[in-house]
Design a protein around this ligand. Structure first.
Ligand SMILES: [Zn+2]
Ligand SMILES: [Zn+2]
Length: 119
């Protein structure tokens, strides 16, 4: 891995936040001021392609990047956009998928997070 790619990867692996490319770029540039935005975007694409991280497409908002590679549902605040991982209960999908060779899923649940509710 190049130093630039390693830096982008380390930022994603360091925290459970599902950051946007812009957020990752800001953090990366704090460590490597010469880093170009295009380099960060290109390396994110390569890391996704190589299966090291996952890209989470968001409706009407920039995609986010996820260090957890196993399929899992997401809980998304519809006010601030905060994304949390949920654990899929064992066997929950099997009544829906019986007999089908399901290869993955993309489940997003929406709520208003406690911080936004308190506002
Ligand atoms: Zn919120
Ligand atoms: Zn996630």
């Amino acid at each position: 891995m190049t130093r630039q790619r390693q830096l982008v990867y380390n930022i994603i692996m360091a925290a459970p936040e599902h950051r946007t490319a812009e957020e990752i770029y800001d953090l990366a540039r704090a460590e490597m001021p010469s880093l170009a935005r295009g380099t960060v975007y290109r390396n994110l694409g390569i890391l996704v392609r190589d299966g090291r991280i996952r890209k989470l497409e968001m409706p009407d908002a920039p995609a986010r990047y996820d260090r957890e590679r196993r399929p899992h549902p997401h809980l998304i605040c519809e006010k601030c956009g905060k994304v949390e991982d949920l654990t899929m209960p064992e066997g929950l999908l099997s009544p829906l998928t019986a007999g089908r060779a399901v290869t993955g899923y993309d489940l997003k649940l929406y709520h208003v997070c406690p911080a936004c509710r308190a506002r």
